[in-house]
Write a protein that binds this ligand. Structure first.
Ligand code: GDP
Ligand code: MN
Length: 341
């Protein structure tokens, strides 16, 4: 645990809204939760903490999305727990379902391989759909087109520190593209061909690569060189995307869109189990200025089994046990700090 107390970011533009301020201008933003009806209790747990520790001052909207219709009970209860506008959006099947270019025989072989390697969720169709959707589709939904920034929220996570400033205005006013709390190494078997597929795209489209990208972070991994070898050159370090605050216009832009098309064509969301976390991370690391990527060290966040635990008087008791400050072999935050900050 770091001895130095963590407070609000220094040297950045911060907006603190008063509880009653009719002239305050919110950013163009929504919280966003892809969630299933059966996860109602878990999502209530998560959003109540965001309300208490942040949103009760701001009243930002939240958008719930699902490939199945939300029940009346789900809608009533989440609406009651949130102080801002609440939207519900049904994901069209042509966006959610496996695309037609996926070869079933190749897919079966790939899944068998991942299963034999012990990859979690390898044989679960819906998990592959979810990863692909979160990688390159959510920001194209009708209900999301009007928004620029999103903050992703999952069921059963904890936000256990009070944040007084406007996190969305923070992104906007400081011209940031993406913010994260935790960053981890991935299982290389889930993304064996993501990096070679990406290098092929980049060699054909070198103009998209940002000169100030996070190249070292994407490729250096002294802690676990086997990962880099098995992922064919990618360190597997990624921003853990179950928490992320991002600018959807980055994904909507030409570089990310064209690159994502090439990923779809390669089919790794189904032949392997490409996750939205490594996909967002590789896209950001290559096509965005790394100075626009922000580690929110002051946001207390827990998604089992990891936690970002600020040493701050604004936090409740820390849930969970692993902290990025501890030496733990999955944690690659030190690489980000060392190479790119
Ligand atoms: P993990 O964190 O990787 O173990 O995966 P989760 O089970 O937490 O899934 C990630 C996010 O996607 C969570 O917000 C889930 O609620 C959501 N999710 C996963 N699968 C589905 C699905 O089939 N349908 C819907 N609507 N949401 C899903
Ligand atoms: Mn989760």
């Amino acid at each position: 645990v770091l001895k130095k107390k963590i407070d609000e970011p220094k040297g950045m533009i911060l907006r603190h809204k008063e509880f009653k301020d009719d002239t305050y201008k919110l950013a163009n933003a929504t919280l966003l939760s892809l969630v299933r009806n059966k996860e109602l209790d878990g999502i209530l747990h998560a959003i109540s903490q965001i309300e208490k520790n942040w949103n009760q001052r701001y009243h930002y909207p939240i958008t719930f999305i699902n490939e199945e219709k939300f029940t009346e009970e789900f809608k009533t209860k989440v609406t009651a727990a949130w102080s801002g506008p609440v939207y519900f959006e049904l994901i069209p099947p042509e966006i959610w379902n496996k695309p037609s270019n996926i070869n079933p025989a190749k897919e079966k072989k790939g899944i068998e391989r991942l299963t034999s390697l012990g990859v979690q969720y390898a044989g679960m169709d819906s998990y592959h759909n979810m990863c692909r959707f979160n990688s390159g589709w959510f920001y194209r939904l009708e209900g999301l087109k009007k928004f620029k920034y999103y903050w992703r929220v999952e069921p059963d996570v904890d936000f256990f520190c009070r944040v007084d400033y406007d996190l969305f205005r923070f992104m906007e006013d400081n011209e940031l593209t993406y913010g994260f709390t935790i960053s981890l190494y991935d299982s290389p078997w889930t993304i064996e061909t993501l990096w070679p597929t990406t290098l092929k795209f980049v060699s054909e489209n070198p103009q998209y690569v940002h000169p100030n990208g996070a190249f070292k972070w994407l490729t250096e991994n002294q802690q676990n060189p086997e990962n880099t070898k098995n992922a064919q050159g990618y360190s597997t370090c990624h921003f853990w995307s179950n928490f992320e605050i991002g600018d959807m216009d980055f994904y909507r832009g030409e570089a990310y869109s064209k690159w994502f098309d090439s990923l779809e064509e390669a089919g790794g969301f189904y032949y392997e189990r490409w996750g939205d976390a490594p996909v967002h991370s590789v896209g950001l690391g290559l096509f965005e200025d790394k100075s626009k990527i922000w580690w929110f060290r002051d946001i207390g966040y827990h998604h089992s089994p990891y936690v970002n635990s600020p040493n701050s008087d604004k936090c409740d008791d820390t849930p969970g046990y692993f902290s990025p400050e501890d030496v733990y072999d999955q944690n690659c935050l030190p690489n980000w700090i060392k190479f790119e900050m």
